[in-house]
Design a protein around this ligand. Structure first.
Ligand code: NAG
Ligand code: NAG
Length: 350
């Protein structure tokens, strides 16, 4: 702008003149720089051209133009600085929000981690309980099998004893009924004693009774029969008792197994529920961690953007100040030139 005006000054000036005192004064007064030296050169040519009023007019116009430029540059500067400030404030608000979100997410991650730890130990405990209950069931089944085996053995042995005793009983009864004299043969007696000892043991009262009787007479036989009948009754009672006891034992076994199954089913459900909750929590954790990573990245970018914007703002402001000071200097030169020419107007018009 000012260069164009200087050019106009140059164009309306044709003659070349020697330097007037006013211009000498001006050259002396103005700081020496390119703009000022061009200004003085142009003024010199213009003044030499003799159209002093036109020179004032043009100088005034240059002053007005530059003042206008300064004003509009100031306005532009204010508005751009405000825009920079607004950007920075917005970015800072974003940053604060991001920091908030990071905190919230961190808290959430902490909660989820706590849940996962609790759920994991719950899961471990449930699995241990399941293992224990399975072992317990196995033990119950083993015990029951052993018990059945042992009862069966006892019942079989009891049955065999019964059969033997019944046979001896029958033989003794038959002997008592049919024989009044010599009674039992010695060999038969020995065989009976051997059988009794085998079935009831060497020291069983019946064995002793038969063994110790000097005479195996009818009276002894009758006593033996009576004793055998008592023993048979007692064995039968025992057999019956064991059978009944086994019915109760079987019921007890079934109810234990039932309890175990119910407990296992419940533990199984708990296990499934815990595992699925755990899986969900682990998924939540992954999502929250991913979110936090993204937030941290955004935070970093925003921080950087704030820095960049601050640097741009400062750079713009310092450029503006340097331009403004240049413009102020030019305006002062123009005003000084105007004043000095005005002070010397009469001399210049001659
Ligand atoms: C009856 O059954 C119970 C439980 O099974 C057992 O402990 C007990 O020894 C049994 N009694 C007899 C006499 O078999
Ligand atoms: C300063 O002046 C230079 C040269 O005229 C210009 O390119 C730049 O945009 C100006 N900067 C400001 C901030 O006014």
């Amino acid at each position: 702008m000012s260069h164009k005006s200087l050019l106009v000054l140059l164009l309306i000036t044709i003659a070349i003149a020697t330097e007037s005192p006013a211009l000498q004064q001006l050259r002396h007064k103005l700081e020496s720089n390119e703009y000022n030296s061009q200004l003085v050169d142009m003024l010199e040519l213009s003044v030499a051209g003799g159209q002093i009023d036109r020179v004032f007019e043009l100088l005034q116009k240059m002053i007005d133009d530059l003042t206008g430029q300064i004003n509009s540059a100031n306005l532009e500067h204010a508005s751009r600085m405000a825009a920079f400030q607004l950007s920075i404030e917005q970015l800072e608000a974003n940053l604060a929000q991001l920091q908030n979100e990071v905190q919230t997410t961190n808290r959430k991650i902490g909660e989820i981690t706590q849940s996962i730890s609790t759920l994991t130990s719950t899961s471990v405990s449930i699995k241990k309980q399941l293992e224990t209950i399975n072992q317990k069931e196995e033990q119950i089944r083993n015990n029951r099998a052993k018990e059945i085996q042992s009862v069966e053995t006892k019942q079989t042995a009891g049955q065999k004893t019964l059969e033997t005793l019944e046979e001896i009983h029958d033989r003794l009864v038959k002997a008592v009924l049919s024989n009044q004299g010599s009674f039992l043969e010695e060999t038969e007696k020995q065989e009976i004693i051997k059988q009794v000892k085998q079935e009831l043991g060497l020291t069983h009262p019946l064995a002793l009774l038969l063994d110790l009787s000097a005479k195996f007479d009818e009276l002894t036989a009758k006593k033996a029969i009576e004793l055998i009948e008592q023993i048979i009754a007692s064995i039968k009672e025992g057999q019956q008792f064991r059978e009944q006891n086994q019915t109760a034992a079987e019921q007890n076994f079934n109810s234990l197994i039932n309890e175990v199954s119910i407990l296992r089913e419940k533990l199984g459900q708990d296990n499934q529920k815990t595992s699925s909750t755990l899986k969900n929590k682990q998924n939540d954790l992954k999502i929250a961690q991913r979110r936090n990573k993204q937030l941290s990245l955004n935070q970093e970018n925003t921080q950087q953007l704030i820095e960049t914007t601050r640097v741009q703002k400062d750079l713009y402001d310092s450029n503006f100040r340097s331009n403004a000071s240049k413009r102020e200097g030019q305006l002062n030169s123009l005003k000084t030139a105007f004043q000095i020419l005005r002070d010397n107007e009469q001399a210049l018009k001659k």
